[in-house]
Design a protein. Structure first.
Length: 729
């Protein structure tokens, strides 16, 4: 028998605690109740150990074993331990981040039943509904497109849906039933099957050929090439083997359209997991994954930690997207964590993208990953034609050139849709005094205030503070304050002026502030209720807009000049992804880039040679400057209320860091202030560590952290290590 149980408490307590194993059935991954400071507490058994540094007289027995079996399967427990080591985060804190709140609170897992609503097919007509019952009409129309709908989907799609749904039930148009979900292979309707083309079928066959063990495959498919159809075909094969599939998408906004496609084939077998769910819904999905009830789970990055019973495949869609990187607390990358999990589970993982990250392309070129390509759009759709509008010397009215306005008019005459992309919210990014040249800045950040005309306020997009628009300049008291630059609100205003009869829709985070609004707007676009869309990056990720034929990036120059070494890669991805929304239907599409830099090498190569050539060139540049993927980075981020605290702390850290460098391959860069030094009232700085391999940095940083924790000033500043940072600022 082991002498102790090593237990972690899901909190910020950094260490393991040892307890006596007075229960025979206790196993790693189980929840137990333990005494801590004379109070009962919930902990997770991490391992059994033969030795302990705690005197035997002080060892206490556990109070209760909560679970009959482990709620954290062995492979998942190993993954969480790996994350604790790799990301330099205490195991107890890893559990706090990755386990749902009710799991940490020792709530029992719910039964495998779910309440479902569906339309009564013989009473589908909505003619008896009053015209003013718009919510009932919309709800009934939406329900009619799906077989069964649970509370999770309703919450994601509609706000305050209970009252109109109850009215539909009372009228006999909708019925509610409690479904017992059984574990058996689902029957896919032949009418819903999609016939794969040769490229897609080759990809499916290649992935299934290696499905008996770990493999990592990049599915490199142009926009509109049918990557989702490949996912669906793979899922059907895996589910028929009574195994489970995890599908990751970068943002909640993409879940609804993905869920609709999967549920059309698999019905209630498809579950959803993301941060918008209630605690009870997250607990239910956790239980469905653990007992094998849920066959396919679609979620954002937190779904990486679900306790699958028989996981058979992981799919990471839009693998290049930076939303997979968690920017607070446990700063993990969901793509990288998923690859590690696939290794531990000994299963295949598929990374899909039209613009793969340079790290993934490097691994594919070095044969660590398999590389499959989809070179053509499905259904005979053609790739869009790219065109540059040279705006040098031109008068731009609200950021729009005369050439662009004429192109928009031509598309509207043909009753086609237009997308204008500008990656700035608000009306104008700068409020300038024409008298003295002063620019209004945020008092809490080293950032300019953005003018939001609709609320007539200045807003900081970094600390979210707002202030009324002053009547005069705070520097010279002049009243000549003027907005400079363009944002989505200004583009929308100008478009309505140019095309008063057009139906214009603005989609940015200001416009879709409440739950379900994005889905409503996308439905308006699909039903041809919109002519011109003005949007930000929220529209660039995987949305299928078949009536859209003209896409314009209004100001491509924003991304051409940046100190971030990843900026060029991101701009290339953005151009391809935004352009990829165009021409996905029967009519050919066009993508227009307005720029003052028409001869810029990036634009020239991207438009004439494609993303593959640009990414190859960028990889060569990265190799020359020894930056990722040809080295690994870890960034020490520091912030404090006073600038001198940062300086003193980093000087002490630098001294320790340089003393530890001997006999290592780690390079210590000198401390430097962040690009935006002051943010939300804190002064920020950092120190970068670089090494050829991740293992070199992992060992080095672990030793350095122990040294830092001995510094008295480590308690006076906020500091953390960001492993594999996406932004070195």
């Amino acid at each position: 028998m082991p002498s102790v149980l090593r237990i972690a408490i899901p909190s910020l307590l950094p260490t393991y605690l040892d307890y006596l194993p007075n229960w025979q059935k206790v196993q790693p991954g189980m929840r137990v109740k333990i005494p801590l400071r004379n109070k009962p507490c919930i902990g997770i058994v991490i391992s059994k150990a033969q030795d302990t540094c705690v005197p035997s007289a002080k060892l206490k027995p556990i109070i209760q074993v909560i679970d009959d079996a482990a709620i954290i399967p062995p492979a998942l427990l190993l993954l969480l331990q790996w994350m604790s080591q790799y990301y330099h985060y205490p195991m107890s804190a890893v559990l706090r981040v990755t386990l749902p709140r009710l799991v940490r609170a020792a709530k029992s897992l719910p039964p495998d039943t779910v309440e479902m609503w569906r339309v009564r097919r013989n009473n589908l007509s909505a003619t008896e509904l009053p015209k003013q019952a718009t919510k009932q009409h919309a709800l009934l129309e939406w329900l009619g497109k799906l077989e069964d709908v649970d509370k999770t989907l309703l919450d994601m799609e509609f706000k305050n849906w209970r009252t109109p749904l109850k009215a539909l039930e009372n009228k006999g148009l909708v019925e509610c039933r409690r479904v017992q979900i059984k574990i058996q292979a689902p029957k896919v309707s032949p009418t819903l099957r999609y016939r794969l083309n040769d490229e897609q079928q080759h990809a499916v066959d290649a992935i299934l050929a290696a499905a008996d063990g770990f493999s990592c495959t990049l599915l490199d498919g142009v926009t509109g090439s049918g990557k989702t159809e490949v996912y669906l075909e793979l899922c059907e094969h895996i589910v028929k083997q009574r195994k489970q599939v995890l599908v990751l998408v970068p943002e909640i906004a993409l879940i609804m359209q993905t869920v609709a496609r999967f549920r059309a084939l698999f019905g209630q077998w498809v579950q959803v997991f993301n941060s918008s769910l209630t605690d009870s819904e997250r607990l239910r999905t956790w239980g469905f994954a653990l007992d094998g009830t849920a066959q396919v789970i679609i979620g954002t990055r937190s779904a990486s930690f679900l306790p699958f019973k028989r996981l058979g495949l992981i799919i990471v869609d839009e693998e290049h997207d930076k939303s997979y990187k968690q920017l607070e607390s446990l700063r993990y990358h969901a793509r990288d964590v998923s690859i590690k999990r696939a290794q531990l589970e000994n299963i295949p993982i598929l990374l899909g993208s039209a613009t793969p990250s340079l790290e993934t392309l490097h691994n594919a070129s070095s044969t660590r990953y398999k590389h499959l390509r989809l070179m053509h759009r499905v259904g005979g759709a053609r790739m869009p034609q790219f065109r540059i509008i040279d705006v040098r010397g031109q008068w731009l009215d609200g950021g729009l050139s005369k050439s662009l306005v004429r192109m928009i008019a031509a598309r509207l005459d043909k009753q086609e849709q237009v997308l204008l992309f500008v990656n700035r919210r608000g009306y104008a990014p700068i409020m300038l005094c024409r008298q003295c040249g002063a620019v209004l800045e945020c008092p809490h950040c080293d950032a300019r205030l953005v003018y939001h005309k609709l609320i007539n306020k200045l807003v900081c997009h970094h600390c979210h503070s707002k202030m009324a628009l002053p009547q005069q300049c705070p520097e010279c008291q002049s009243q000549k304050l003027e907005p400079i630059g363009i944002g989505t609100q200004q583009i929308e205003e100008k478009i309505r002026t140019f095309f008063p009869d057009a139906r214009v829709l603005r989609i940015d985070t200001d416009a879709v502030h409440r739950k379900g609004m994005l889905s409503e707007y996308l439905e308006q676009i699909h039903s041809r209720q919109v002519d011109i869309i003005v949007g930000t990056q929220i529209l660039t990720k995987g949305h299928h807009l078949p009536a859209l034929t003209l896409t314009c990036i209004v100001d491509v120059d924003q991304g051409l000049f940046s100190v971030d070494f990843r900026a060029t890669e991101r701009l290339a991805q953005l151009i391809i992804q935004v352009g990829g929304r165009s021409g996905r239907g029967d009519i050919g599409g066009e993508v227009v880039l307005q720029t003052h830099q028409p001869q810029h090498p990036l634009l020239h190569n991207l438009l004439h040679k494609g993303y593959a050539t640009v990414s190859s060139q960028l990889l060569k540049e990265r190799q020359q400057i020894e930056m990722p993927p040809y080295s690994r980075l870890t960034l020490l981020r520091v912030k404090a209320r006073r600038l001198d605290q940062n300086i003193a702390f980093l000087q002490a850290v630098e001294k320790h860091a340089k003393s530890l460098v001997r006999n290592t391959r780690v390079r210590v860069h000198p401390p430097i202030a962040a690009i935006m030094e002051k943010k939300a009232g804190y002064y920020r700085a950092g120190m970068l560590f670089q090494a050829p391999q991740a293992s070199d940095l992992t060992r080095y940083i672990a030793i350095l952290i122990a040294k830092i924790e001995t510094l008295s000033m480590s308690k006076t500043v906020n500091w953390h290590f960001d492993v594999d940072p996406l932004e070195v600022d």
